[in-house]
Write a protein that binds this ligand. Sequence first.
Ligand code: NAD
Length: 310
Amino acid sequence: MKRFAVMGLGKMGVDWVANLLEGGHEVVGFDNFSAARERAPGALAKGLGWIAKKRHPDEADFAEKATARFRIVDSEDEFAQALGSCQILLEVILEDLDLKCEVLARVAPHLPADGMVWTNTSSLSVHTMGVASGRPDRFVGTHGMNPVYQMPAVEVVRHRDLAEETLTQTLELLVGMGKSPFVASDVSGFWVNKHLVPFMLEAMRALERGEITVEDGDIGLKGSLGHPQGVFKLSDFIGADTMYRVSMAMYLQTQDPRLYPPAILARMFKRGEFGVKTGKGFYEWDGFKAVKGRDFSEFAITSSDFLLEV
Ligand SMILES: NC(=O)c1ccc[n+]([C@@H]2O[C@H](COP(=O)([O-])OP(=O)(O)OC[C@H]3O[C@@H](n4cnc5c(N)ncnc54)[C@H](O)[C@@H]3O)[C@@H](O)[C@H]2O)c1
């Protein structure tokens, strides 16, 4: 059993907490947004409910016992104090390199000298954050997939100053929690997003051009490539805010025009249409249920308008 400190209790932070509690660990959590702290227990109960039903059906008190090992603190000072008795800090705040570096530089020094830092970043330089934390050798990327407790893979990001011991300990801890970790490099998009993000952005551009509708696009990929939900639903689960930030970060890192956020995504980001978490994105949402795909045809240049008459 280890003691984890989780910073950021949004979508991914809370899902990580559920998985860590299932692994038998103790967790202290903090978010600097009071509404996120208030929402966290309800979201955690949902996650633990799913885990109990699917993986611990014979343990009547699973969720209750797991929840007893979790507490939320209300200030960064309290969190820093709690870090003194934790072995691992897991950073899950929003995808902004300057913010992450600033927060890590402030908070990581409160860990014991042999404490490790994990980051759930999906696209930012793990090495840069490691340096900011003051302990790059004990700093590793642990990119969990959404929803963390349902998706086995964790992308463990190795960078040039990472100590082998940290990598080994991280892999062992993740395997012990029932995860399927794999090692990836600290390059733009690591391994998963290097493939997934350009694919998703291209689908969004096809939607902009009026080549496909939201629902048909997802039905097509689900029924042919075996995707569990299709790209538009997946984007709504990730959130247009995170999708936009990840895509812009990858564009700035590579200057690859395919990674520049499409207008449809930028528009959603600006309008606060973040998908599941705000009830509107590529779909209209009722909680976690997609009610219907939105009609973007008024924005589209139809495919025949797009073709040159040659
Ligand atoms: N959403 C996904 O599908 C997904 C998948 C893989 C990785 N990620 C990564 O996980 C991280 C979090 O993403 P998310 O989707 O959970 O975002 P989110 O917006 O749901 O949650 C981020 C939380 O961080 C909090 N926060 C911001 N600054 C803070 C600070 N200084 N101290 C404490 N809390 C702070 C915010 O209040 C918010 O609640 C990002 O790095 C993202 O790229 C997201």
